[in-house]
Ligand binder design. Structure first.
Ligand code: G4P
Length: 290
């Protein structure tokens, strides 16, 4: 059964409008991407709306991703002069790491301001990204909330505030939420498996079968160890492997419950680190769009 794709044009239009207003207030945009789906979690509208504003990709969940692929993505971004970093936002991340990336991008702009006699000031940033990608986690790691509120500033929508990350960096308190571009079943599967779309938008067995299909080649040990599969089980079809896992985890024939388990295990990294988008996928996309 196909994933029931939920699309909210009204919400999207509002989010884009808000982002268009906020973009005028900042020096740099942080687009938060999930390192497990760097391409799928990217919203091309962000680049369009950001225009000439510098743009930093922060790939979160590096600890849950495939390190080889993450490095390929970082190399790719470097090759097109696109600032990017990949982090475990939950633990190994803070303002200095971001400033190391942002300072070189804004050096010239700030030097020009200083040459005109303007007072030195903190860099202002907004973060934006699709749901569940780690926007709040990034914000919380960058900002000490107790000491953070900077006070009202002209142009900021009522209810929004600047938060102080350090003397050198301030962030708009509300990250922009944008919806992912969602045009194929494959994209929907990736979003569902990584948790970017809600549980009620898909059937868990479809997503578990997608996970089995992707992981049986790339992470066989993860599946074997977690679900006591044997090498022979890898001769089974995806559906039969799901039924085998269902039995092995003691759920008899309740393959829907087993599917939920597989999805949660995958999201928590219990089957191994994975990155479902490769740089080659991007190149293939570009070819199709030509
Ligand atoms: P959002 O604002 O973009 O919607 O995302 P949010 O920060 O709420 O993060 C979504 C989930 O992803 C959270 O897990 C968060 O802890 C987790 N997360 C964010 N960045 C990273 C990372 O770099 N590594 C890992 N391992 N996890 C990350 P949750 O299960 O919803 O909450 P919690 O149980 O962690 O509190």
């Amino acid at each position: 059964m196909a994933v029931n794709i939920q699309w909210f044009p009204g919400h999207m239009a509002k989010a884009i409008r808000q982002f268009e207003e906020n973009i005028t207030l900042v020096d740099v945009v942080f687009e938060i991407l999930d390192a497990r789906i760097p391409l799928t979690s990217m919203n091309p509208e962000v680049k369009r709306i950001s225009g000439d504003k510098p743009h930093l990709y922060i790939m979160t969940k590096r600890d849950l991703a495939d390190e080889t692929r993450v490095r390929e993505w970082l190399q790719y971004f470097a090759s097109i002069n696109q600032p990017a970093m990949a982090v475990d936002a939950k633990t190994k991340f803070g303002p200095n790491a971001v400033l190391d990336k942002v300072n070189p991008i804004l050096k010239d702009k700030l030097a020009r301001e200083e040459a005109k006699g303007m007072k030195s000031r903190p860099i202002r940033a907004i973060s934006v990204g699709v749901p569940n990608v780690g926007k709040s986690t990034v914000l919380n790691r960058l900002v000490n909330r107790r000491a953070a509120q900077v006070g009202n500033r002209p142009g900021v929508t009522k209810g929004q505030q600047w938060l102080k990350s350090s003397d050198k960096l301030e962030l708009l308190d509300t990250p922009g939420i944008l919806w992912p571009k969602f045009d194929t079943q494959e994209v929907a599967n990736k979003l569902a498996l990584t948790g970017a779309i809600k549980e009620n938008a898909f059937s868990s067995d479809d997503i578990a079968l997608y996970a089995i299909n992707r992981f049986r080649e790339t992470m066989p040990e993860g599946l074997m160890n977690r679900y006591r599969l044997t090498k022979d089980d890898f001769e089974l079809s995806d559906v039969d492997m799901l039924l085998k896992i269902t039995q092995n985890v003691g759920m008899r024939d309740d393959y829907l419950r087993a599917s939920d388990r597989i999805i949660l295990d995958a999201r928590a990294g219990k089957l191994g680190g994975f990155t479902l988008d490769s740089v080659a996928d991007l190149e293939a996309n570009d070819d199709t769009n030509d």
